[in-house]
Design a protein around this ligand. Structure first.
Ligand code: MG
Length: 270
């Protein structure tokens, strides 16, 4: 459950907001049910707007306190933490497996995996030989800093290493939750819409790097890379953007260089 988006709140499924308003429910080509410009969920939680805002503020303030503790701990260790966010199916886990095989000889690497259910992704990561902790969020749609702090307790984090956090596949809620990471990395794949940065701007605004994955499929798709990059730049002009394929390895050297530019000096320089 997430009071920030209201996704797990009672009343959502019942569509119990007040009717008799002027918007319609999709009977016209241009019909849009617009819940306004404020934070999402205010109209659907069954709570008053003031109370919902208070709950959101409390949750995010508590999260920020845990994130600050995580960040201080990571800084003491000299460990670079990267929070990977995306829709489900963009290839985050495959990208991590490839990245570990490329960089594991230079830095000690640990991984925190977030999914609603199963430990499939942590098992895939552990098969590469690095430590991985799986967090199952149940109904939750994002990792929070408290969960990540506990996962860090369970990991034997080496000094001056890399910690990858693979968030729950969701382009909305993870944008609001600082986990104590140094950078959010948003992964978008060529099988998705090139206008996703415009549809989900909070996530693209929060990220320092966008990885456009599955570039090996471009010859088979109508995906317009230039339009996608322009959409991303409109939302976040400062964001770095790299195109790659975790499957073939194309462009992975660029991602390795980006990490090296932000990471502590490698234990075993290549
Ligand atoms: Mg995954």
């Amino acid at each position: 459950m997430c009071a920030v988006c209201g996704c797990g709140q009672a009343g959502l499924a019942g569509h119990d907001h007040v009717h008799g308003h002027t918007h319609d429910h999709g009977h016209h080509d241009h019909a849009v049910t617009d819940y306004g410009a404020g934070p999402a969920g205010l109209h659907v939680t069954g709570l008053s707007q003031a109370r919902t805002i208070r709950i959101e503020r409390d949750i995010l303030a508590k999260n920020a306190a845990f994130a600050a503790v995580n960040r201080a701990r990571l800084q003491r260790l000299g460990t670079l933490a990267l929070n990977l966010v995306s829709s489900p199916g963009s290839g985050k886990t495959s990208l991590l497996v490839r990245t570990i095989s490329d960089l594991g000889k230079h830095w000690p690497i640990a991984v925190i995996e977030g999914d609603q259910q199963t430990s499939h992704d942590a098992e895939r990561i552990r098969a590469t030989g690095v430590q991985a902790i799986q967090i199952n969020t149940g109904k939750g749609c994002h990792l929070d800093a408290h969960m990540v702090g506990h996962a860090m307790d369970e990991l034997d984090l080496s000094a001056n290493g890399l910690l990858f956090i693979e968030n729950v596949g969701n382009l909305v809620c993870p944008a609001a939750f600082d986990l104590g990471e140094a950078h959010k990395i948003v992964v978008l794949s060529t099988t998705e819409g090139e206008d996703k940065p415009l549809k989900y701007p909070d996530m693209f605004a929060a990220a320092d790097l966008m990885l456009l994955n599955k570039c090996d499929l471009l010859p088979h798709l109508d995906f317009n890379v230039q339009a996608c990059v322009e959409a991303a730049r409109r939302v976040n002009p400062q964001m770095d953007i790299l195109t790659l394929s975790a499957r073939t390895g194309a462009g992975m050297a660029g991602f390795a260089s980006w990490i090296a530019a932000h990471a502590p000096p490698p234990h075993h320089p290549g």
